[in-house]
Every structure is written in C-alpha cells, then in structure tokens.
Design a protein around this ligand. Structure first.
Ligand SMILES: [Zn+2]
Length: 130
C-alpha cells in the first residue's frame, strides 16, 4: 500500500488559495449545486465542451483529481461559502488581502476613500479635542 498523496490547497488558515477566473468560479459554484455540465453550459451560454475544459482547468488549479474532488477542496478552502464576494470598499479590500490576492481596482479605490474619510474624521476629532 502506498502513502496517500496530499493534494489540493490546505484547509482554511493554511496556504494560499489558488485564484480562479470568473468562469471557473461560475462552473465550480454550479457544479457544487449538483448541476450537470450540460445545464451549466446552457446557463452560461457556453458549449458543453467549453464547460468541460473550464472545469478541467479549474480542477487542475485546485489540485483536484476530478470535479467532485474539486468541489470538496474548494469547499474546504472557503471558495464556496455561498456569499457573493464584496468589492469596492474597505471590507472588500481586506478580504482580498486576507485571501492573499492583489486587490481589484474597485477595492483599491474603496480603500483609498476609506482611508481619506478616516483621516478627515481623525482631524475633526483632534480639532474638537483642542
Ligand atoms: Zn475587489
């Protein structure tokens, strides 16, 4: 008997989670809901063959052996928490940082606005205290 191979991302709290494209995430989320590639293809307006390719690429990225394994690993890595990702504010920015990603433009702008507001609020508080 051989030693089991450890595959996929480490469970939450561990190493970096591979970033998936929007299409890969869309396929993953639908697969996790039990949809077939045919149904996913119809929903997303793709050919079934394209969905199969996207699913294969996504599974490879996650270090999974097949789509079922990919769903399991993604679930464990917190990629399927069921909530839409928040963007464009401080919370969105913090979430990017937490996931070890480069924040998107909307979140960078939101974070700049947040810091600007904080600075203004701090100044106002100082003036008030003086
Ligand atoms: Zn963002």
């Amino acid at each position: 008997m051989s030693t089991p191979t450890v595959v996929g991302p480490s469970p939450s709290g561990g190493g970096p989670v591979p970033s998936l494209t929007d299409n890969e995430l869309a396929v993953l989320q639908r697969a996790a809901q039990g949809q077939t590639y045919a149904v996913i293809a119809r929903d997303l307006g793709f050919a079934e063959k394209s969905v199969t390719k996207i699913a294969y690429r996504m599974a490879r990225k996650l270090g999974a052996l097949n789509i079922t394994h990919a769903v399991f690993l993604a679930c464990r890595a917190g990629l399927l928490d069921g909530r839409p990702r928040r963007h464009g504010d401080h919370a969105g920015f913090a979430a990017h940082v937490y996931r070890g990603e480069e924040p998107c433009e909307a979140c960078l702008a939101g974070e700049r606005a947040y810091r600007r507001d904080r600075k203004v609020a701090r100044k106002a508080a100082k003036v008030h205290a003086a």
